[in-house]
Ligand binder design. Structure first.
Ligand code: ADE
Length: 422
């Protein structure tokens, strides 16, 4: 079997990690058992471009046991868990092309290998696989039934392609499912981002001025968790409604220019470029910590930071680079974490398995839906079928030992009627 990973001898450690995650993924386990019986992916080739983590390993296993011929490559050069990659190859017979820290050329050569697999179904986290097929291998599009997209940034790119008339395959916006973004984006990003910042810096969060750029689901989750650890949370936004929401959720709201001299820790989660630039670095205080938890490493302008710096010390601590700049108030050390790449997967382990259980069950069931329905789909961005969301949410509740009420016949009749009033 062909593959390209760091070191196959890491497999036994990776297997333990996959099994540990599996304990916390009961909804996916139920899906695994059904897929094993029903073989929904028999004779289907799948290429997955996802973060290569223990949770993704369990998704890949569920697809494989359902009959798919699965190949996995990384959706980010810094997020691969090399031991997990090794175990997927050795213990589960899944071809993996991912090495933590791989350079850009290797990253794209792995994506090209995923395309050469000639998949009928692809899964993306950030839309790199789908956009590379469209841009460089359009002849492969004819074989492709469709794709699944895991993250906000990827869905934004795909919608832009659809708007331009450039999208040539159906895609399912898995990110937009409630069973994904309400939990993964909010509680997953909130917790794993703090986990990454703390592992990288060992900083005490209590009492810090913690500046969060962006108040989407990820920003909300991060703000909630930072407040829970007694930080003074400041939110910056461009959307008046989200800004208002942040204010009424009890956070301080201000432009980044105002927040820059105040913040101790800055984290971007906007999905946009150049959120922190030289205009802000110049104002920051000595010791400010800067990081990003958005998908691409474009939110913190690292080139600006390097251009301002009189000296740069790489790896003053694992995942921490020190930039000494001459700012408005004299010399200041600014600490950039994980080179501005997503901190939760670079310095920590990404979202916990329990929340990825919901995201990846949604993902697996959406893939099954795609296989069943591909013949009647057109090139556009589809929502996840609401039946899938209901199934995932109900089963997750059940596995958490939680029951809910059911509408009585009288309540159903009341909700369906327009005649009841004052
Ligand atoms: N995205 C965020 N956390 C993740 C994880 N643990 N596995 C895969 N993708 C992720």
């Amino acid at each position: 079997m062909d593959y390209d990973i760091k070191d196959i001898s890491l497999a036994s450690q990776g297997k333990k990690r996959i099994e540990w995650a599996e304990r916390d993924m009961p909804v996916l386990a139920e899906t695994y058992a059904r897929f094993e019986k029903e073989q929904p992916f028999r004779d289907t080739k799948m290429s997955l471009c996802l973060h290569v983590t223990a949770e993704t390993a369990n998704l890949a296993r569920a697809l494989k046991v359902g009959g798919a011929d699965v190949l996995l490559c990384a959706s980010n050069p810094l997020s691969t868990q090399d031991d997990v990659a090794a175990s997927l190859v050795q213990d589960y017979g899944i071809r993996v092309y991912a090495i933590r820290g791989e350079d850009r050329d290797t990253f794209f050569s792995h994506i090209k290998t995923a395309i050469a697999h000639q998949p009928q179904i692809t899964m993306d986290d950030g839309a790199d696989l789908v956009s590379t097929i469209h841009n460089e291998f359009p002849s492969e599009l004819a074989k492709l039934w469709g794709s699944m997209e895991e993250t906000t940034t990827g869905v934004i790119r795909l919608r832009a392609m659809a708007k331009d008339g450039a999208l040539r395959i159906p895609v399912v916006a898995v990110n937009d499912a409630k069973t994904k973004n309400l939990f993964d984006n909010r509680y997953g990003t909130g917790q794993s981002t703090l986990d990454g910042i703390i592992r990288a810096t060992d900083a005490l969060i209590a009492g810090k001025n913690f500046v969060i750029a962006g108040y989407g689901w990820c920003g909300r989750g991060l703000a909630l968790r930072a407040r829970g650890m007694s930080a003074q949370v400041i939110v910056t936004e461009v959307d008046p409604i989200k800004a208002l929401e942040a204010a009424m959720d009890g956070f301080r709201v201000m432009p980044m220019q105002t927040a820059a001299p105040i913040g101790d820790i800055f984290c971007t989660v906007t999905g946009n470029i150049n959120v922190l630039t030289k205009d802000h670095f110049r104002l920051m205080k000595d010791g400010a910590v800067v990081c990003n938890s958005g998908h691409f490493d474009v939110e913190v302008n690292v080139k600006d930071l390097a251009a301002l710096a009189s000296s740069v010390r790489k790896d003053v601590r694992r995942f921490v680079d020190e930039y000494v700049i001459t700012g408005e108030k004299g010399s200041a050390r600014i600490y950039l974490l994980a080179e501005g790449r997503l901190i939760n997967l670079a310095a920590a382990e990404g979202h916990p398995a329990s929340v990825m259980d919901m995201s990846f069950s949604t993902q697996a069931l959406a893939a099954e839906w795609m296989v069943k329905n591909h013949a009647s789909l057109s090139p556009q961005v589809y929502e996840v079928d609401s039946e899938i969301e209901l199934y995932v949410a109900s089963l997750k509740l059940k596995t958490m030992g939680l029951g809910i009420d059911a509408l009585t016949a009288e309540q159903k009749e009341y909700l369906a009627s327009w005649q009841h009033g004052t």
